[in-house]
Write a protein that binds this ligand. Structure first.
Ligand code: SF4
Length: 170
């Protein structure tokens, strides 16, 4: 049995980024893929804009944060949150998630939020935020952090622990 682990689709080499490229992770595709079953998702592809598509950035809007296209400033906050919410029920049986860093959708921390003082690394991607609030106990890491052997080992242990807990809870 392989643990099911969600992952930003671009990390598996899918050409789904705004620029038509990917962010293939050697560690995920060559090492971790032997031990887990990856469940890939690209929330931005869910917007139906295809790839390539206009880049999206987080911007400060009053008290809140919005996701807008960098060209034209079209507000995609509501559709991106809707796509993220729709994906949540299908993630109930995942044992963990690996996110692509810095993305306004998938970034888990330190995503640039643009405002009058330029871009400040203080945001969380809208999909990541939805995932973290819906499944607060789910082990989630950014791919870059898994380059660190200690964090990687800790993450894998957390996957197994969470999976056992899910089994116990039925
Ligand atoms: Fe990768 Fe997420 Fe951006 Fe899609 S939205 S390209 S999965 S980082």
């Amino acid at each position: 049995y392989k643990l099911r682990v969600g992952i930003s689709a671009c990390l598996l080499g899918a050409q789904v980024r705004f620029d038509g490229g990917h962010k293939r992770s050697a560690f995920c595709t060559q090492e971790l893929a032997q031990h887990v079953e990856f469940v890939p998702l690209c929330p931005e592809m869910g917007l139906g804009l295809g790839s390539p598509r206009p880049a999206i950035r987080l911007v400060r809007q009053g008290e809140g944060i919005a996701a807008v296209t960098s060209q034209g400033g079209e507000d995609l906050t509501a559709p991106l949150l809707a796509v993220s919410q729709q994906a949540m029920p299908g993630m109930a049986d995942l044992s963990g998630y690996i996110l692509c860093a810095k993305s306004p959708s998938c970034g888990m921390e330190r995503v640039r939020v643009y405002g009058p003082r330029g871009g400040i690394k203080e945001g969380v991607g809208l999909f990541a935020q939805t995932l973290l609030t819906t499944y607060p106990l789910l082990p989630v890491e950014e791919e870059g952090r898994l380059q660190d052997p200690a964090l990687r080992e800790n993450f894998i242990l957390r996957l197994f622990a969470y999976h056992s807990w899910q089994q116990l809870m039925g």
